[in-house]
Design a protein around this ligand. Structure first.
Ligand code: GDP
Ligand code: ZN
Length: 370
């Protein structure tokens, strides 16, 4: 707060630019950014990133809105390395950099949505940053794949954000309420809403649930994400193509921007089709299957594998039906996947350590040589 007793006003103009407050700028960011503003850098939020370039939203004092600046994300001389900048990141821009403005620093992330990369290295790929809510779109036009919902929910918990499920295309499903109950059981502690972008049903409730936070929209291709983005932003920001008759899968092309201000005050991040989600870490899994973890604590043996041990609370719950078999299988499957990802990561780290060790020992040999 500005101290009225001191005669001198702060030397640095307030970093909180009116335009950016519509895009999630907070008082905490103001505080974090102060030294960067003093260094002549400009705050901005990444609206899209591709190989070495980013579209950055910065405050436009003339319109009190924002304008988009194309910037270089490669680290500038003397600055800290910018690691994996992604949509949703808050950055410090050097507008004077040549030939392009450059991202000079990344502000600390509050949350990050990470998925295992499709490539051979199982390093996490950051899909979106500083997300408060992960909105999982699930189509009611096809039988919902509860295993997939569980994956998305675990991924959401893993990110540090709050998951929220929207069952879309309610106008196509007369039994939406029953499906909602099934999905709720697969996602304990998560709000599940039924919506239709077509009729507008449930959209007000969804808007209220999103509030003024930053939301990232994920879900299978064809789940209705583009249509929902258009409905929530109140603009044709995404192009939706007609459903191909047989498989109910829509095709769309995205605009370049992946981050939008919502009329109600929130921010929506719509990243291109997130398919085949992998988990990374493990906290998310424990959270998504909290009831199984709780049962596990009641097993006689602390390291119970829930297969043959006596006094197993998990097997007891499976036997009396309180724990559905499907849910247990989903849990074991995701756990195996996680273990596999972890072993890949360990192998990669071990290889890196070996390389480093070789370099070091080569270095010391070089030194002892005359
Ligand atoms: P995305 O791939 O997740 O972005 O899905 P799209 O938004 O492209 O939607 C896929 C298809 O579902 C398109 O043909 C949409 O017109 C259709 N669709 C989306 N929302 C609704 C809805 O609420 N009701 C109906 N009947 N169809 C919808
Ligand atoms: Zn057990």
């Amino acid at each position: 707060m500005f101290d009225a007793t001191s005669a001198v006003p702060p030397a640095v103009p307030p970093a909180a630019p009116a335009g950016l407050s519509r895009y999630g700028w907070t008082a905490e960011l103001d505080r974090l950014f102060a030294p960067l503003a003093e260094a002549g850098l400009t705050p901005g939020r990444l609206a899209r990133v591709d190989r070495g370039r980013a579209d950055v939203l910065v405050a436009d004092p003339e319109t009190s809105g924002v304008r988009t600046i194309r910037a270089d994300t490669r680290p500038i001389a003397g600055a800290e390395t910018v690691e994996n900048p992604c949509t949703g990141d808050w950055v410090a821009l050097d507008l004077a950099a040549q030939p392009l403005p450059a991202v000079g620093a990344l502000l600390p992330r509050t949350t990050a949505i990470v998925r295992k990369s499709a490539g051979k290295a199982s390093e996490g790929q950051v899909l979106a940053a500083n997300v408060d809510t992960v909105l999982i779109a699930v189509s009611l036009a096809v039988d919902p794949d509860l295993g997939r919902v569980e994956r998305f929910v675990a991924l959401a918990w893993e990110s540090g954000a709050q998951p929220l499920v929207a069952l879309t295309k309610a106008d196509l499903a007369p039994d939406a309420e029953f499906i909602r109950e099934d999905v709720e059981r697969a996602a304990p502690g998560v709000t599940v809403l039924v919506v239709s972008a077509g009729t507008g049903a449930g959209l007000d409730e969804l808007r209220a649930a999103l509030g003024t936070t930053t939301t990232a929209l994920i879900g299978q291709s064809g789940a209705g994400k583009s249509t929902l983005t258009n409905a929530l932003t109140g603009a044709e920001v995404m192009t939706v193509q007609r459903t191909r008759d047989a498989d109910q899968k829509g095709r769309h092309t995205t605009t370049t921007r992946e981050l939008f201000a919502l009329p109600g005050g929130g921010v929506l991040i719509d990243t291109p089709g997130l398919r085949g989600v992998g988990l990374y870490g493990g906290e998310g899994l424990a959270h998504a299957f909290a009831e199984i973890e709780e049962l596990g604590e009641r097993c006689r043996f602390q390291d119970c594998s829930h297969t043959t041990e006596p006094g197993c609370a998990v097997r007891a719950a499976l036997a009396d039906g309180t724990l559905p078999q499907r849910r247990m299988e989903s849990y074991l499957k995701l756990q195996r996947e996680n273990a596999w990802i972890a072993s890949r990561t360990d192998a990669r780290l071990a290889a890196q350590r070996a390389r480093l060790w070789k370099l070091r020992s080569k270095g010391s040999r070089d030194r002892v040589r005359p």
